[in-house]
Design a protein around this ligand. Sequence first.
Ligand SMILES: [Zn+2]
Length: 138
Amino acid sequence: MGNGSTVQTNFRLMLKPNQKTCPECGEKLIGRVDKKFCSDQCRNSFNNKLNSDSTNLVRNINNILRKNRRVLEELNKKGSKTIVSKDILLLKGFNFTYHTHTYTTQKGYKYFFCYEQGYLFLEDKNQYLLVTQRDEEK
Ligand SMILES: [Zn+2]
């Protein structure tokens, strides 16, 4: 049993470099142990894909945040505190998933911000109080 497992371990170690495959095309990698791709072409297209995926994600979230900011700004045109329903926010395309930061007052009220535009959920009214960052800095 002892011999068997030793042989098996050695066998696996010997095979290991060859078991790695190119993450782009799936070809077995031959050559240096630290080789990650079968060719420069595969490396480039893999990295391009990776970059464009993360770039798209960042772009999409940035767009949502900017849209959210625009919606809040539009609804809070007066600049003074405005109260709106959730339906109006959703109707305007507001996305509650994303915000840039939060601010919790000493009394425990948690404001959500998309840049300088923010809102606070008023539980008793089941509505949203719109604010701008400047209001909270006082
Ligand atoms: Zn490849």
